[in-house]
Design a protein around this ligand. Structure first.
Ligand SMILES: Cc1ncc(COP(=O)(O)O)c(C=O)c1O
Length: 346
């Protein structure tokens, strides 16, 4: 077992330097070696700790933020949790506009972390005054001394990953990485990580994961915003109904789309096969690997890194609830009996 002999000053010292874990079973029928960058090992249990800490410390360095100020953000939950955590340690108030699609567990967690939460309807257009983007903008204009992180349109979101996730993966693979596969929401993770990695080796292939119902893949292929691509889907944190400025489309080679249903089953399969309890988008990223593997994308010498953005505990009322899976009709096509593994002893 690894020893952690160090005493940390506070939880923020634990942000980043997450482990890269070899996948041994779920990818066994594909060529190549596969490694998960397990972002749940951040203290806030997601990759968003990196951007929260980086963006807030940049604002402090520039003199835009001082203790007692308010930090505002739009968030599907994870970024909010990370900002709330950083705010506690550094002495800021935290106000979050979240989508009603976010799981109730996530919203409760934000409240527990001292944030003031505005829950906004998920299925309205981005420019609707009720959308979480517009609500955050309005609050920012109304609150004196507030800073709006605006992760979808903030270049620092990319920079945070350029300075941390990218170098970590390069060092952990000793420069041998051949493919990066990562979900794209704001696009910060994939863009910053890819930018750093491609500067080290331009031959590294970068594949983004998008949802059916999102405009990102089509925009990457055509540079055209096609509203017809937009329809509701269930995965939180993946895909978008707008084009985020925090996505650098030039460093991404391809996008793969995944379904809600297959991603949900694959998230469960990661837990069963690898013992890694990861979130819904980790299932989506792994589902993309399956689709790419079946298409023969990977060669036997390839070293593929997949980002697992957050922890499974955030989805107990969603993909890890048999009732939720049943309610979505997700047990219909795959014969995974809902209650098979639970025996009630009377
Ligand atoms: C669970 C989860 N996975 C993946 C992502 C995508 O990361 P990024 O926004 O850096 O593209 C997010 C972002 O919101 C997320 O919350």
């Amino acid at each position: 077992m690894k020893q952690r002999n160090h005493v940390y000053n506070n939880v923020l010292d634990l942000v980043g330097n997450t482990p890269l874990v070899k996948l041994n079973r779920i990818t066994s029928k594909f060529n190549g070696d596969f490694y998960a960058k397990v972002e749940a090992f951040n203290p806030g249990q997601s990759s968003k700790d990196r951007i929260a800490l980086y963006i807030i410390e940049e604002a402090e360095r520039k003199g835009i933020l001082s203790p007692g100020d308010t930090i505002i953000e739009t968030t599907s939950g994870n970024t909010g949790f990370s900002i709330a955590m950083v705010s506690i340690i550094k002495g800021y108030d935290c106000v979050l506009a979240v989508s009603s699609k976010s799981s109730p567990d996530k919203i409760d967690m934000l409240k527990t972390m001292g944030a003031k939460v505005y829950v906004c309807p998920a299925h309205v257009s981005a420019d609707d005054p009720r959308s979480y983007y517009e609500v955050a903008k309005r609050l920012h204009s109304e609150m004196k001394g507030s800073v709006y992180i605006n992760q979808y349109f903030n270049q620092l979101n990319i920079d945070a990953h350029y300075h941390s996730t990218g170098p970590e993966i390069w060092n952990q693979t000793e420069g041998k990485i051949t493919h990066l596969v990562a979900c794209s929401g704001t696009g910060g993770t994939i863009s910053g990580t890819a930018k750093y990695l491609k500067e080290q080796n331009p031959n590294i292939k970068v594949i983004g994961v998008d949802a059916f119902g999102s405009v990102i893949k089509k925009y990457h292929e055509t540079r055209e915003f096609d509203e017809k691509e937009i329809y509701p889907y269930r995965i939180e944190g993946l895909g978008k109904n707008l084009i985020p400025a925090a996505t650098d489309f030039d460093v991404i080679d391809d996008f793969v789309k995944v379904t809600d249903e297959e991603s949900a089953h694959t998230a469960r399969e990661i837990a069963r096969t690898e013992g890694i309890f990861a979130g819904y988008t980790s299932g989506a990223a792994m589902q993309a690997i399956k689709q790419l593997g079946e298409d023969g994308t990977f060669g036997k010498d390839d070293k593929v890194v997949i980002i697992f953005p957050d922890h499974g505990a955030r989805y107990m009322s969603k993909v890890y609830s048999d009732k939720w899976m049943n309610d979505q009709g997700f047990f219909d096509s795959i014969n995974e009996a809902a209650a098979e593994s639970i025996q009630y002893v009377k």
